[in-house]
Design a protein around this ligand. Structure first.
Ligand code: UD1
Ligand code: F6R
Length: 371
């Protein structure tokens, strides 16, 4: 039932304040002697010690689920102190890459039925790793075969393009970082700030969704383009990949997410006055580096669309010439949840304007159960 919406993708984008609320329900609690807030993930509580002691955490997924894991990698590394490596499921299987008993392998999949991810899971189980699942689907093969895990509880996702599952996956992995990070005094203030940020997310997501009309206008401007680049770094490298994946898979427009730190190592050659480029430059430790990226793209006459923190338009818009998308600020590790939403809206409106099928993109299936 699409209610007042024309498409499931549109409905699922707009229901993110609610889906994120359900994802967090009952999992952020006031506890401990000092009444500080803590995270309780029922599915992981008996395994936290093992995860903390593991030599490495390996994130495994495909497509959007891989991107969600990538977005969460920095905070998991920061709070757990355990090195995190990333694996595209099919590539791990192709390489038969090393997985050890001392590893924790975390499998991320909305459907829990993706063949590549399940094959990688079998492989990690054979190699003796602790296998953790993060899925939206209770009773799925992933949920059954992993040793433990977390249901993201985002509600059923029907549109082939994953939207609300992506933001809920990031929130679950941020909670996983908090749970694995435990109660180290050294990062207590950081943990409190993240928990406050989580509790604030639904209202900030509502605020971002007000950009809908603005994203429709932007889509009208981009309707006939051949290609769109998206530059991000740090926490928002994943946002660049995920924004580009949405545009590519539903609007059927070539789009590429680029790690901004790699700009001078090739992508800069593409920049001219025709090619539209989205640069994600919200406030975090990478902000000044992104400002310099903007200046360099501007110097090559790049057609820039800059995503920045509310109030920062003047400091990102060189010569007042670029289009700006302003988003609210939230704790850095949660910013990807907000930043992806304008790009989801852009992909949606581009698809409608270009006359393509929104909920069933050409050649794609919701759950990829074959290889
Ligand atoms: C569970 C209940 C929830 C109830 C809550 C109350 C289920 C599915 N969840 O939620 O209805 O409100 O307790 O305390 O009944 N698991 C895996 N692999 C996965 C995902 C999950 O093994 O990929 C396992 C978990 O380790 C856990 C179980 O499935 O043993 C349920 O996980 P989850 O729903 O995340 O646990 P709770 O949030 O505690
Ligand atoms: C993108 C998309 C795909 C899936 C991928 C993994 O919008 O839907 O890239 O993310 O096929 O699917 P799950 O998460 O079900 O394993």
């Amino acid at each position: 039932n699409k209610g007042k919406y024309k498409h499931y993708m549109q409905k699922e984008i707009h229901e993110q304040p609610e889906s994120l609320t359900t994802t967090m329900r009952g999992r952020l609690i006031r506890g401990g002697a000092c009444k500080s807030k803590t995270v309780l993930l029922g599915g992981l509580k008996d395994h936290l010690k093992t995860i903390r002691r593991s030599r490495r955490i390996v994130f495994v997924g495909c497509g959007t689920s891989y991107n969600a894991a990538l977005a969460s990698r920095p905070i998991v590394e920061e709070l757990s102190g355990v090195p995190v490596t990333m694996e595209v499921a099919s590539d791990l299987v192709d390489r038969q890459g090393p997985i050890y008993r001392e590893d924790t392998a975390v499998f991320v999949s909305q459907s829990g039925e993706t063949a590549d991810t399940l094959q990688a899971l079998d492989y990690a189980l054979e190699n003796g790793a602790l296998c953790v699942g993060i899925t939206n689907t209770v009773g799925s093969a992933l949920a059954r075969k992993t040793h433990c895990g977390v249901h993201i509880n985002a509600g059923c996702e029907i549109g082939v393009a994953s939207t609300k599952a992506y933001t809920s996956q990031i929130v679950v992995m941020a909670m996983l970082a908090l749970a694995v990070g435990g109660d180290m005094i050294s990062n207590e203030a950081r943990r409190e700030a993240i928990i406050d940020g989580l509790l604030d997310l639904p209202s900030k997501v509502k605020e971002v969704l007000k950009l809908d009309e603005e994203m429709k206008d932007l889509a009208e401007l981009l309707i006939n383009e051949q290609s769109l680049l998206v530059f991000g770094r740090g926490y928002n490298y994943a946002t660049a990949l995920e924004g580009a994946l949405k545009v590519k898979e539903v609007a059927l427009m070539h789009s590429e997410g680029i790690l901004a730190g790699e700009m001078k190592h090739g992508p800069l050659a593409l920049v001219d006055h025709n090619l539209p480029i989205v640069v994600i430059a919200t406030r975090d430790a990478c902000f000044s580096k992104q400002q310099s990226v903007i200046q360099q793209l501007h110097a090559r006459k790049g057609r820039l669309i800059v995503m920045c923190t509310k109030g920062d338009s003047a400091s990102v818009s060189v010569g007042g010439s670029c289009r700006v998308i302003e988003v609210p600020h939230v704790e850095d590790c949660l910013q990807p949840v907000l930043n992806v939403i304008p790009l989801q809206l852009l992909a949606y409106h581009l698809t409608v304007l270009r006359g393509h099928n929104v909920d069933q993109p050409r050649n794609l299936a919701k759950s990829v159960t074959t290889q």
